[in-house]
Structures are given as structure tokens and as C-alpha cells.
Design a protein around this ligand. Structure first.
Ligand SMILES: Cc1cc2nc3c(=O)[nH]c(=O)nc-3n(C[C@H](O)[C@H](O)[C@H](O)COP(=O)(O)O)c2cc1C
Length: 294
């Protein structure tokens, strides 16, 4: 294990290690305006939602590591405390990247990167028409984290209006995560894409408490085949299941018949079967299979 004491590294190295490790990061494509009315559009991946009541987001235009200058976005929100955050999907990723070039303060990146300005309803900066989700925000606070190159500036903003393209909605007017195709930033030039092929679901532990690893029977917790993810699925049940006499499974019966004189092989086959069931989110069935030999 490489253990790094960050105070011993150069700021550029710190940035590089952290940006690869703290990833993927969502992208705030920020449209801002200065007091003279110049529009700016720049991406920021030091970004997240931090509260829903009030609905707050934070992003961080940092001082440049190279020469300690500040970003136009930061200068703008200090002059006009408003921002439109446009969410970036895969179809926009190259244009978004182009907009991050360090153009002069009077250069409008909508023009440079080929995006279309769309009037916002409450704030002065324009929205990106091509973006399918746009958040009109009021900047409530700007918190500098230092004065040296690399120092972030937290821009805290309250989301006032959210515009969602109807093509992203299901019948209940909720956002269908599979339709968004959002992109996120990692280290260096790496990006990732959250499309239907790359998404997966993890059943959320709800108000009922999962039994936990410490309550799993020894034969299960000491399994040579089940991984931490699979044990966690088993440990997320609300109470230790008992054998269900009505559970009548052909494959399990076959395993018993075939491996009756080879207990080690039988255990392997049972655990591999349970593993398959867990991968298909069939937790109760997996428990029944495992209880048959536990
Ligand atoms: C995807 C992406 C994410 C970025 N995230 C950040 C960030 O979180 N903080 C930052 O200071 N710069 C970030 N940058 C670099 C800025 O976008 C870049 O410095 C830009 O030129 C700033 O523009 P401005 O001076 O017009 O505000 C990012 C660039 C890209 C392409």
C-alpha cells in the first residue's frame, strides 16, 4: 500500500492523486454573468448537492495551481450572485470540454463551444438549451479555502427552479435514471457515462434493520465462494430466515443427489448456486439454498 502524506507533495501531485481517487464526480456546467453583462460558461466537477431543504448545491472554482489566478466563474458570482447549472449528458461532452479552454473574460463560451443560449426565468445568466436538466440558482455564500494555487472556493447556491426535459420523465413525472446518460469526470482525461448499460441497483436498507454480518451462520460467513457484496445481501434481511419446507428446488435436489458422498464438493456447488441467485437479486431463494446445508 502506498501511503502518501499530502503535505509532502506538490499541489499538482495532490490534485492528480485526489482527482483519480475521488471519482467519478458529477459535472456542474455553470453559466454565470459579470456586472457588465458578459456571459461565461465553464464546467466544474468539484460539485454536489449538499441539502434538499433548503435545496443547496456546492461547486468549487479553484485558484489555478499553475499561477494562482482565479476563474472567471468565481469573479462573476462575486459580482452577480446567480448561476445556472446545466447537467451534462454524453451528447454534450466534447462541447462541454471545449468550453473549458481558458478564453478571455469577454469571450462567451456558448459561442466558442457551439451551445445555444436560452433565457432563464428567474436569474440573469442564460441556460444551455441543449442540456436536458437545468437548475436556476441563487448564490448564497462564497467561501475561500485558501490563498495559494489549488485553493478551492466553495460556491454555495440555492436551487430555485429546476427545468427537466419531458423526454426524461416516466408516467409519474419522475426522472427515469436510465434515460439521462449523464457523464462524470475522473482523473486526467477520464470520463464515465451513466447510461442504461452501466447502471445497476442496490436494494436500499430501509427502516427495518438488516441482521448484519455478525448474525450470519458460520458456514455462510466463512464461505470460500461468497464475496463481501453477496454476504451483505444476505445480511440485509430483517430476520434470520428459517428453512421453508415448501421450498422445492430441482437444482438443489440434483446437487444433493449427485454430491451426497462428497460434502466439500456439495458445499461448493451449493454456495455457487446461492451466488448465482444473489447476482439475480433472489435473496430469499439464496437463503433457502444455503440453509439446506448450513
Ligand atoms: C469536466 C471538467 C471539470 C472541471 N472541474 C473544475 C473544478 O471543479 N474546479 C476548477 O477550478 N476547474 C475545473 N475545471 C477547469 C475549468 O473548467 C477551467 O479552468 C475553465 O477554463 C474555467 O473557466 P472560467 O475562468 O471561464 O471560469 C474543469 C474542467 C473540466 C473540463
Amino acid at each position: 500500500m502506498l501511503s502518501l502524506h499530502l503535505s509532502e507533495l506538490k499541489p499538482a501531485q495532490v490534485q492528480n492523486y485526489l482527482q483519480h481517487a475521488i471519482a467519478p464526480r458529477p459535472i456542474c456546467f455553470a453559466s454565470t454573468m459579470d456586472a457588465a453583462g458578459h456571459v461565461n460558461l465553464s464546467p466544474y466537477s468539484f460539485f454536489n448537492m449538499v441539502s434538499s431543504n433548503p435545496p443547496m448545491v456546492v461547486f468549487s472554482p479553484a485558484r489555478r495551481v499553475r499561477d494562482n489566478t482565479t476563474k472567471h466563474t468565481l469573479q462573476n458570482v462575486l459580482e452577480v450572485p446567480e448561476v445556472v447549472i446545466n447537467m451534462v449528458d454524453y451528447n454534450m461532452v466534447q462541447q462541454m470540454s471545449l468550453s473549458s479552454c481558458e478564453y478571455g473574460k469577454d469571450v462567451n463560451e456558448f459561442v466558442k463551444a457551439g451551445f445555444t443560449e436560452e433565457k432563464a426565468t428567474l436569474v440573469k445568466p442564460p441556460m444551455v438549451k441543449e442540456s436536458k436538466i437545468k437548475l436556476e440558482c441563487r448564490v448564497t455564500q462564497v467561501i475561500p479555502l485558501g490563498t495559494e494555487g489549488g485553493a478551492g472556493n466553495l460556491v454555495l447556491a440555492e436551487v430555485l427552479v429546476m427545468h427537466i426535459d419531458e423526454s426524461l420523465l416516466d408516467e409519474q413525472q419522475q426522472i427515469d435514471q436510465r434515460k439521462l446518460d449523464l457523464v462524470a469526470r475522473l482523473g486526467g482525461n477520464w470520463y464515465t457515462r451513466a447510461n442504461a448499460q452501466s447502471l445497476f441497483e442496490v436494494e436500499k436498507p430501509n427502516l427495518k434493520l438488516g441482521i448484519g454480518f455478525d448474525q450470519l451462520p458460520a458456514a455462510i460467513i466463512n464461505s470460500n465462494w461468497l464475496t463481501g457484496n453477496q454476504l451483505a445481501q444476505l445480511a440485509n434481511v430483517n430476520e434470520l430466515p428459517s428453512i421453508d419446507p415448501s421450498f422445492n428446488d430441482e437444482r438443489l435436489k440434483n446437487i444433493f443427489q449427485y454430491f451426497s458422498i462428497q460434502p466439500d464438493d456439495m458445499e461448493r456447488e451449493v454456495h455457487l448456486y446461492a451466488k448465482e441467485l444473489l447476482d439475480q437479486h433472489k435473496v430469499q431463494e439464496a437463503w433457502q439454498v444455503l440453509l439446506a446445508t448450513a
